[in-house]
Design a protein around this ligand. Structure first.
Ligand SMILES: [Zn+2]
Length: 438
C-alpha cells in the first residue's frame, strides 16, 4: 500500500469515534445456533452413552451438552436442527501420527521415485487431497508428523485449511523432521547426486541439530519430529538433548520416532514428549516411558495392513518368519504398555495412497492387541488432545470446545471397526459430510 493510501486508511479507521472519545456502537450480529439431536452420545471420559442427547452449538463452539429434554428449551426457535437421533454420536477423532503430504505409490523404491518425479507444488496438492479424505473419515484434527520430503508444504496446507481454502482437519505440523545424515529415506541414491532431496533435514553434530530446530520453528513448525533411530540408534544423545532443549524453550513438543530399546531410552532421557512406533520396546524402555509420563503412539494399523499384504502372497519362508517375529514383538510391546498403563495416543502413520483416509484402522489394531474399544477411542480423542496440548478445544463433546462431532450407525464400544464407516462429520459446527441423510 502506498504511504498516502495508508495514511488515508488510518484516518478512516480512527475517526469519528476515536477522535470524539465515544465508544463505537456494538455490532450485535448473532452467531449461528445449531441444535444437534443425538440418539446416543458417547461421554469419552466416563465411557458411557447419554441416551436421547443433544448438543447446542453457537458459532463453531459447543455451548451445552445433555439430555435433549434439558438442552432443547435453551435453543432459539429458529435454531438449525441436525437430526442424528438414530445415530451414535462421538467427538471428532484425532490422529496423532499422519503424513498428509505423502501419497507414495505401491511400487518398489516408491519414496525415491516420488522425490525424483514430484514437485513440491504437486506434493502440496496431494496433501490437500489426503486432508479431505482424512476429514471425511471422521478425523477432525491431526498431528502431522513430518512432510516426508515435501519441505514446508505442510505449513501451507495447515494455513490453507485454516483460511477455508482447502477442506481438511485442524492440523499441527512438524515440517521436515530431523534425522542423522544418511540414516533416513531415500536410501540407495547414487553418491554422485549431491543435491538429491531428502526425506528429512539431515544433521550431524549438536550445532546442526540446534540450527535445524530453529529453522523449522521459524518456518512454522508446531512441534518437532526427530528420528532417534532407524533400525539402530542414530542421533547421539547430545544431539537429541539439544533438539528437545530448543523445542521446549520455544514451548513446543518433540515426537521421537524410536523402535529399538536404546533409541527409545535415548529419546525419553533426552526429554521427548512422545515415542512413536516403539515396536521393539523392552520392559526397561516401557518403565522409562511410564516414569516420565511420555505418550506412546503405537502406529499398528498400517502394520496389520502391510503384514496381511506381504504374507502369504509375497513372502518367502524367511520373510514370513521375520514378519511373525516382528508382529510378536509389537504384541509384547503393547502387552507391557497396557500392563504399565502407559498413555497411548492413536496414530495411523499412513503414507501410501491406499492408506490415506483409513486412520480408524489404528483403533482396530489397538483392540486386536487387547485394548478395550473405549480405550482405543480415548487414544483417538482425549488422550490425543492432551498430547497435542489441545485439551481445551478438541477431544470431547463438552461446552467451550470446537463443535467437532461425528456420527456412526451401531455401537463402537462393542465393535470399534464401525469407526471405519463414519456417516456424518461436523467440524466447527459445519456439516462437511452427511451420509446419515442421503
Ligand atoms: Zn511416520
Amino acid at each position: 500500500m502506498p504511504l498516502r493510501s495508508f495514511a488515508l486508511a488510518f484516518v478512516a479507521l480512527v475517526s469519528p469515534y476515536c477522535l470524539s472519545g465515544q465508544a463505537p456502537p456494538v455490532l450485535a450480529a448473532r452467531l449461528p445456533i445449531v441444535l444437534i439431536k443425538a440418539g446416543k452420545l458417547l461421554d469419552v471420559r466416563k465411557g458411557v452413552y447419554i441416551q436421547n442427547a443433544a448438543v447446542l452449538v453457537e458459532g463453531d463452539r459447543i455451548k451445552e451438552v445433555g439430555l435433549l429434554t434439558d438442552v432443547q428449551p435453551h435453543a432459539p426457535k429458529d435454531a438449525r436442527v441436525i437430526d442424528l437421533s438414530k445415530s451414535t454420536v462421538l467427538p471428532g477423532l484425532i490422529d496423532c501420527h499422519t503424513h498428509l503430504m505423502a501419497r507414495f505409490p505401491d511400487i518398489d523404491d516408491a519414496y525415491l521415485i516420488t522425490l525424483a518425479k514430484e514437485s513440491q507444488a504437486y506434493r502440496a496438492l496431494e496433501g490437500a487431497a489426503n486432508a479431505k479424505i482424512t476429514l471425511h473419515a471422521g478425523f477432525t484434527s491431526v498431528r502431522d508428523v513430518e512432510s516426508e520430503g515435501a519441505g514446508y508444504a505442510d505449513v501451507a496446507l495447515r494455513d490453507a485449511i485454516r483460511a477455508g481454502l482447502v477442506e481438511g482437519p485442524r492440523m499441527q505440523v512438524a515440517t521436515r523432521g530431523i534425522a542423522a545424515v544418511g540414516q533416513y529415506n531415500p536410501f540407495h541414491v547414487s553418491p554422485d547426486l549431491h543435491d538429491f532431496p531428502t526425506g528429512a533435514q539431515m544433521i550431524s553434530g549438536v550445532e546442526e541439530a540446534r540450527r535445524a530446530v530453529r529453522e523449522q520453528i521459524g518456518n512454522g513448525a508446531d512441534f518437532i519430529k526427530v528420528y532417534a533411530d532407524w533400525n539402530h540408534p542414530t542421533l547421539t544423545f547430545d544431539e537429541l538433548l539439544v533438539i528437545v532443549d530448543e523445542a521446549h524453550k520455544a514451548g513446543i513438543k518433540v515426537a521421537a520416532h524410536a523402535t529399538t530399546p536404546d533409541g527409545i531410552k535415548n529419546a525419553v532421557n533426552a526429554g521427548a514428549d512422545s515415542i512413536d512406533q516403539g515396536y521393539e520396546a523392552d520392559q526397561k524402555a516401557i518403565d522409562l516411558i511410564k516414569k516420565n509420563s511420555v505418550f506412546l503412539v503405537p502406529t499398528v494399523g498400517v502394520i496389520d495392513e502391510w503384514a496381511d499384504h506381504i504374507s502369504p502372497a509375497k513372502g518367502s519362508p524367511n520373510d514370513q518368519k521375520w514378519v511373525d517375529d516382528f508382529l510378536q514383538s509389537i504384541q509384547r510391546e503393547l502387552q507391557m504398555a497396557r500392563t504399565a498403563n502407559i498413555k497411548v495416543a492413536a496414530g495411523s502413520d499412513a503414507s501410501r495412497a491406499k492408506e490415506q483416509g483409513k486412520n480408524a484402522l489404528e483403533l482396530s489394531g489397538l483392540v486386536r492387541r487387547g485394548y478395550m474399544p473405549v480405550d482405543a477411542i480415548r487414544a483417538a480423542t482425549i488422550n490425543a488432545a492432551e498430547l497435542m496440548s489441545w485439551q481445551d478445544r478438541v477431544g470431547a463433546i463438552e461446552p467451550g470446545k470446537y463443535a467437532d462431532i461425528i456420527a456412526v450407525d451401531g455401537d463402537p464400544l462393542l465393535d470399534v471397526t464401525i469407526l471405519q464407516h463414519v456417516k456424518t462429520v461436523i467440524k466447527g459446527g459445519e456439516i462437511v459430510k452427511d451420509e446419515t441423510h442421503p
